[in-house]
Design a protein. Structure first.
Length: 569
């Protein structure tokens, strides 16, 4: 049954079957009534919130995900296919087959064993890297989430989540699926989310629930929510969503403003209540992810060309030798007893057979011109480099988040540091995008000691030397603030010739922004979440100047807007 089966179920039950279904349960009767009132267009799905039994016939996909490259059945065939994409392995396989024929002058062990060793090492490396992906999937699938069950919040793993479930997400928690935002602990029904896992942006975004669902916050109220969601089928568009919420015969339009995507995290909100819309591989982030690609480095492609060149040289040598053997073979060589017909390879009467068989014999004999041990060394170096040097490199360790480097694959180690093209939309893409309050100009007077990078660069171009000022022992230096000037620090701005201008300057820094606060409402423990690091740096500066911003409420925003309106009038 398709995702839009709610309407299809009504159509298929017309006639005598419709009356039979409506007489079963009140839930089925509610389904039929809503299906008649709101028929679905093709390509849409119907979801019954807080009602697993009503969603059961549709067989929505589960919330378990898998990002592995192989499984138990496909590992060997798919792994061997990946290995024989290499020209060298195909060459060694060809030589190994030739070495097992009667025309081979060498023992087949000398070719079969090295090839088997190369394939074994490569497959073990692939299996280990895929096993690490499997472990990561297991951790994600077993993350806990609170689901409404019998008027209480029950903790279950992500993989057991189903479409239509009512979930509770706490602050700093990640969304386990694509969710319909219903209610928030914030009075105005909004929540703040961080989408860095989707688009790399660390600024917070606002989502607002439909006003009709704001009351479904506590379990006693949330259990009464029996809404029906008619929305689009799963797709990979991160910024679009269309659908309707039908609740008590009232149809409410839904937009991306009510959709919380899997992978995002909740910020500045104690907790929210939401309904599951898309799960597992039907979520937008998973539909945007590709299967694990088989990447080949530039060095590997060059090695393939080198192998083809060497094989061409080898084939030319063997062909010359084989032709020479066919020309000079004769029955006069009595010591070979050719007159007795020992075989086609030495039969003077069939010179073409002599050339062909001698060619294969020489290919087997001269095959060591291409060393198979080279590939064993390359695979071992790649594996050890990932396991020892990259994952344990202290220079790649991020102290702030306690995160070491993690190499998920060793196929492209030789590509590290080789940049050929750079596509950038803004400077923040290629820089750390850190901002610090360093200098300011108030009423035409410049404050702040030290020199900016621009001043240093200008002085360097003209050959001038800058005299660094000595920093005060009481100078404050925290994230976003690297300012020092005794004229205005620690309340000294009141002694300036323009204290009123300084006061308005600091007040503007503390008020004119969209910064959100986290943590205790004290200057030492509070943290600021901003749409850009510029805003956070300005508010941090205002705090250090004595204008401490610690809270923003809807009432304050209305009062500020009303005061601004009066001033303009």
């Amino acid at each position: 049954m398709s995702g839009g089966s709610g309407w299809e179920r009504i159509r298929s039950t017309r006639g005598g079957r419709l009356s039979r279904e409506t007489s079963l349960t009140g839930r089925t009767a509610r389904t039929v009534r809503l299906g008649r009132v709101q028929p679905q267009a093709p390509g849409y799905r119907t979801i019954y919130c807080n009602d697993r039994e009503a969603n059961l016939p549709v067989r929505f996909k589960g919330n378990s995900i898998s990002t592995t490259k192989y499984n138990f059945l496909t590992f060997l065939p798919k792994g061997l296919f990946e290995q024989f994409r290499r020209v060298a392995n195909c060459y060694f396989l060809f030589i190994s087959i030739l070495s097992m024929t009667p025309i081979s002058p060498v023992n087949p062990v000398t070719n079969v064993v090295p090839l088997s060793l190369v394939l074994f090492v490569s497959l073990i490396k692939e299996a280990f890297e895929d096993w690490k992906r499997l472990q990561n999937d297991m951790v994600i699938n077993n993350n806990p989430v609170d689901v409404l069950h019998d008027q209480v919040w029950e903790t279950i793993p992500w993989k057991k989540l189903q479409v239509g479930d009512i979930v509770r997400i706490k602050q700093d928690g990640f969304f386990p699926a694509d969710l319909l935002f219903l209610a928030s602990t914030n009075a105005d029904g909004v929540c703040y989310i961080e989408t860095s896992n989707l688009d790399g942006e660390t600024n917070l975004k606002i989502r607002k629930a439909v006003e009709r669902t704001w009351d479904y916050l506590i379990p006693e109220k949330a259990v009464e929510f029996k809404g029906e969601v008619q929305c689009e089928q799963p797709n990979n568009s991160l910024y679009t969503f269309t659908g309707n919420l039908i609740i008590e015969n009232q149809t409410l339009p839904l937009s991306p403003n009510q959709l919380l995507l899997r992978g995002c995290s909740l910020r500045n909100t104690e907790y929210i209540v939401a309904a599951v819309i898309f799960t597992g591989h039907e979520t937008k982030v998973m539909m945007n992810s590709m299967n694990v690609p088989s990447k080949r480095s530039t060095l590997e492609r060059k090695l393939d060309k080198l192998i083809l060149t060497l094989f061409g040289t080898l084939f030319g040598m063997c062909l010359v030798g084989a032709i020479g053997s066919g020309i000079f073979i004769s029955s006069d060589y009595y010591y070979l007893e050719l007159q007795r017909g020992v075989g086609l390879e030495f039969n003077p009467s069939s010179r073409f057979s002599v050339v062909v068989l001698t060619l294969f014999t020489l290919l087997t004999l001269y095959s060591t011109i291409i060393p198979i041990s080279l590939y064993v060394s390359i695979e071992m170096i790649k594996f050890i480099q990932c396991a020892q040097f990259i994952n344990k490199d202290l220079h790649m360790y991020h102290v702030e988040t306690d995160t070491p480097a993690l190499a998920r694959t060793s196929n492209l180690n030789e590509e590290l540091g080789q940049v050929e093209y750079i596509f950038s939309d803004k400077t923040g893409t290629l820089t750390r995008n850190l901002m610090e309050f360093f200098k300011c100009s108030i009423g035409g007077e410049v404050y702040g000691t030290g020199f900016t990078e621009i001043e240093r660069g200008g002085a360097q171009r003209i050959g001038a030397k800058l005299q660094e000022a000595q920093r005060s022992p009481h100078a404050v230096h925290e994230k976003g603030f690297n300012f020092d000037d005794s004229r205005i620090m620690r309340g000294a701005w009141r002694n300036e010739s323009n204290p009123d201008v300084c006061k308005e300057f600091f007040r503007c820094l503390a008020i004119c922004h969209t910064v959100l606060t986290e943590g205790d409402e004290s200057p030492d423990k509070i943290t600021y979440q901003a749409a850009s690091p510029d805003e956070a740096a300005l508010v941090t500066a205002a705090k250090n100047f004595g204008f401490f911003f610690y809270r923003l409420t809807t009432a304050m925003m209305l009062c500020s807007a009303f005061s601004l309106l009066l001033v303009n009038l």
